[in-house]
Every structure is written in C-alpha cells, then in structure tokens.
Design a protein around this ligand. Structure first.
Ligand code: MYA
Length: 492
C-alpha cells in the first residue's frame, strides 16, 4: 500500500549487524525489493543503469532496513551543510552505547539576537495572526497547494482551517511561533514554520519543548536555502521565550532520528482507495474479495463505548497519564491540554477534527478505556473521479488492561477497542485509518488488517541528546512487540 500521506519515506532504523557490508546476489535483490516498497519506488524513478549500479553496491543491511539510496544517508553527515552546524547529534552518536542524556548546548539568553536574520531580497518576515480568519486562510492555502506530497505527486496533505486552528492554538500557544514569509510587493504568504509549546518526558526527564510543524516553502522558492533561515528564525523566537529544546518529525532523514516508525493503513473504503491509486489490487485477488476482506460490522462491540464528553476529562487524564508513562518518550499533558486536544467542541460551520471515545463500565461507571483519532484529508492531485481521501489518524488511546499482568487480555482488549475505532471512523465516512508502529500498536496492526505503508516517520529532538528509542519495528521494518515501549507521542 502506498503511503500517499505523511511526510515521505526513507526509513532509518536499527542496523542488521549480520548483513552489514555483504553485497546482494541479484536473485535476492528482487525478493528484498518486494519487502521494501520505498526503495523499489526510488529505484523505479531512476534510469536502468543508475538503478543497477546502486543495487549492486548496496549491502544487505541497507536493503533490509530500507535505507534511502537518494544521495544522503548516515554515512555522509558532511553533506548536511546546515544541519551539521546545529545542536543535533551526529549519525555516529546514535551508535554510541554510552550516551549522556541532556541538552547539547547551553544557551545564554543574553546572547540571543533580538531581531530576525536577513531574508532573501524581495521577501520579509511576518508573524501570522491565526485568530484572524483571513490569515488562517492564507496559511491554509499555502499548505493546501505546497505542503507534503507523496513521492509520485498523487496526494497532498490538506489540513483544514479547523485543523490548523486546533493544532496551532493549543494551551500556552504563542503568536510569535507562527512564522511566515511574505513577498514584499504582493504581500503573498510564501513560506511558513510553526510551533506550539508542550512538555515531553524522555526516559523520565521532563523537558519543555516546542513542537515544530508546518514547515512549508512555495514551490517556486524551493532549493534556495530558505529552510535554514526559517529554522534559525523559529529557533531564535523559541530561545527568546526561554525554550531551548524542540521536537519535530519528517519523512526525510536528517541528523539524527531519535526514533523511526512505519506507517500502516487500514482500508475502510477499499474500492475508493483502489480507484485513487492508494491501494493496489493484490496479485491473485479480486475487487470483490478485497471489499469483503475489509468489511466491518456496523455497530461497535465494546460494552459501554460512547463519545468522550467534558465530564470525562479527569478520568481520561488519570488513565492516559499512567498509560503514557510506560513509554520512553511521551507527552506530559496537562488537564487543560486533554480538554483542548481530545474533547470535540461543536462549532457551527466548522468541521470536526478530533473524535474521542471512552468506555464506561456499565456497572461501576468507571472509565476503563479511551481511544481517539483525528481527521486529515489528502487532496487527490488531478483525478477525474475523486477530489480527496478522507483519512483518520490514530491519536491517543489507553486501557486499564495495560496494567494487568495478563498480556493476552491486554492484546485482546486493544484489538476490540481499536476495531471499534475503525467502525466509528467508517461510520464517520473516512476512507482509510492510518496508524504508526508507535505506542502499543504492534499488538493490533496486523490482526486488524492494517497494511504496511511505504512511509516512514522519523522523530527528532533539537538540542537534546538521548539514546535511540524503539519505534515498534524490527530490522525487517515490520511491527514487533519486542520493540514497543519507545514512542508514546503523536505528532500531527
Ligand atoms: S516536516 C514537513 C516539511 N515540509 C514539507 O515537506 C512540505 C513540502 N516541502 C517543502 O516545503 C520544502 O521542500 C522544504 C525544504 C521546506 C521541506 N526538515 O530551503 P532549502 C533541509 C528539516 O534549499 P527546500 C515539518 O514541518 C535540507 O536537509 N530540514 O530546501 C517539521 C537542507 O539542509 P542541509 C529539512 O527543498 C520541520 C536544507 O533544508 C527538511 O527548498 C522541522 C535545504 O534547504 C525538513 N523536512 O525546502 C524543522 N527538508 O544542507 C526543524 C529539507 O543541512 C526544526 N531540509 O542538508 C528544528 C527545531 C527548531 C526549533 C528549536 C527550538 C529550540
């Protein structure tokens, strides 16, 4: 299944020591390519000789872990002209067994410049006022036309205005962290980078961070080294506010992911996904069989499942907090954040962004489980029949069964809960349900018929060093229960 969605491909994960350095016999190469769709696609875009030369020079570990061949990998840190100047770990550091966790650079607030750096001629900095519907619309339009696309330019993220409002005005948000670049003459918004404040726990250490997102440059201004200028400016604005660390994700490999997860996709409307080119028809199957395979019951199955309401905030906060602490890297939510991120507040004319459900024990009335997902459409570029794919993304969830010693009961409960989330998403007319290999997701992905995507999501920390964190996948890039317990954060 093609990713068609989140931030690119090019996975980077644990090295397969056995395969390191060994060249591949050609007959295995084609077999392994089937297991590594991202690489297959990358080679397909090259001419035959170039692809053959690259294949011949790849070692087994690169193939198995799906490392990108597109010029950059962890072997050529020196080619990251900008990133090598930043307080981020070098690729070699990830292999160091004795990492001392903590900030890389201590920032002296006195030395932080009080004004922005220079921009290319004809452009100027702006701070977006997203409480103003006109400016929110400008950001929406920039992203809608120029944000993340899949490698074949078939799909592009389409974050709705309600989504941007929700994602960028969370508790403690700062207007200064909604950075834009305008063309001086036309006033047109041509680039953005945004952040919101939150707190992370990394192996028990609490860190105040900015979550960076929505880095976007107009297609006509690409490859002009504007990205480093945008990153330096938002960094300056964070430093000015006393925040010295950040978290961000992306599909591209930069120095150096703290973790990498893989995307999985559960078809809810298989035929539509097939028609838009998102899902292939597997060899030897038929459309009718695929539709039957992906069929879901019309009613949910967990007794006591109902939409989350404001009155559930304390119970969800308590459950989620205990649940999240089980992961090496997780978000330390406040009660206010639970309210903001999880409780849907209906507003006339605004589309729903988040769907949250709780399970209330019919006898004790205790909240025993909770599950949520958010709504992120993708535009289908130049398609005669379909304009967009409605994708639900798994958001936070938690269950009391995680704290029992009964692993099977935990797994069964998660499968029941997540199957109900699929049913709810189907009822809400979503076409596909996406999830990463983060959290406890390897306990249900394959059982609930999620298919492997060709997208990988890398997690990065800025100005913070920590030992690598498991992303729920093994060396074959497949979900693995023994690799869980690492990533406990969802980035939008
Ligand atoms: S991820 C989503 C990123 N956005 C898109 O993919 C949208 C579509 N693409 C574009 O708009 C452009 O292609 C972008 C690059 C803007 C991506 N993250 O300007 P350039 C490096 C970080 O000539 P362009 C998200 O939003 C690249 O390696 N760096 O390139 C999270 C090279 O550096 P180096 C990236 O293609 C963002 C340099 O930029 C990325 O015209 C987190 C080239 O610049 C990327 N996704 O534009 C940002 N892509 O020479 C970091 C390329 O070293 C935040 N590059 O290889 C860091 C924390 C800051 C706050 C700190 C507070 C304490």
């Amino acid at each position: 299944m093609s990713d068609g969605d989140k931030k690119g491909k090019a996975p980077q994960n644990n090295k397969d020591e056995d395969g390191k350095g060994k060249k591949l016999p050609p007959k295995f190469a084609s077999l392994l390519l089937e297991q590594n769709p991202a690489l297959k696609q990358e080679l397909a875009n090259m001419n035959k000789d170039e692809a053959a030369a690259i294949l011949a020079n790849m070692d087994l570990s690169q193939m198995l872990t799906g490392l990108s061949v597109g010029g950059k990998n962890q072997k050529d840190m020196a080619s990251y002209k900008f990133w090598q100047t930043q307080p981020v770990p070098a690729f070699e550091d990830a292999a160091n067994k004795q990492i001392t966790q903590g900030p890389i650079k201590i920032i002296d607030p006195e030395k932080v410049p009080q004004t922005p750096g220079a921009l290319i001629e004809g452009f100027e900095w702006c701070t977006l006022d997203l409480t103003n519907d006109e400016e929110l619309k400008e950001l929406y339009e920039l992203l809608n036309n120029h944000y993340v696309e899949d490698d074949n330019a078939m799909f592009r993220f389409s974050y709705s205005q309600s989504f941007l409002h929700w994602a960028l005005m969370s508790p403690g948000w700062k207007k200064e962290w909604h950075v834009g670049v305008r063309a001086t003459k036309s006033r047109k918004l041509v680039a953005s980078i945004c952040g919101v404040p939150t707190e992370l726990r990394v192996r028990g250490e609490r860190i105040k961070v900015t979550e960076i997102n929505f880095l976007c440059i107009h297609k006509k201004l690409r490859s002009k080294r504007l990205t480093p200028v945008l990153i330096k400016e938002i960094t300056r604005r964070c430093y000015v506010n006393g925040i010295y660390q950040a978290i961000y994700t992306g599909g591209v490999i930069l120095p150096t992911p703290i973790s990498s997860c893989r995307y999985y996709h559960r078809a809810l409307d298989w035929l539509k996904l097939y028609e838009v080119g998102f899902s292939p028809l597997p060899h030897g199957s038929t459309k009718a069989r695929m539709i039957t395979k992906n069929h879901l019951p019309s009613a949910t199955l967990t007794p006591g499942l109902r939409p989350m309401e404001s009155k559930d905030i304390d119970a969800v906060y308590d459950l989620l907090e205990r649940y999240m602490r089980r992961f090496d890297m997780n978000q330390a939510f406040t009660r206010e954040e639970i309210d903001h991120w999880l409780v849907y507040k209906e507003q006339p004319g605004k589309e729903q962004v988040v769907w949250s459900y709780v399970v209330e024990d019919p006898e004790t009335h205790k909240i025993t489980d909770f599950v949520s997902f958010y709504n992120l459409e993708s535009t289908v570029i130049d398609h005669a029949k379909h304009e967009s794919v409605h994708a639900a993304y798994l958001y936070y969830y938690a269950t009391e069964t995680a704290f029992s010693d009964n692993k099977k009961a935990f797994k069964d409960r998660l499968q029941l809960l997540l199957n109900d989330a699929l049913i709810c998403a189907k009822k809400a007319h979503f076409d596909v349900f996406n999830a990463l290999t983060s959290h406890d997701n390897p306990l249900f992905l394959e059982e609930l018929k999620f298919g492997a995507g060709d997208g990988q999501l890398h997690f990065y920390l800025y100005n913070y060093r920590a030992a690598p964190i498991a992303g729920g996948i093994n060396d074959k890039n497949l979900p693995d229960e023994s690799k869980m317990g690492g990533v406990g954060i969802v980035m939008l």
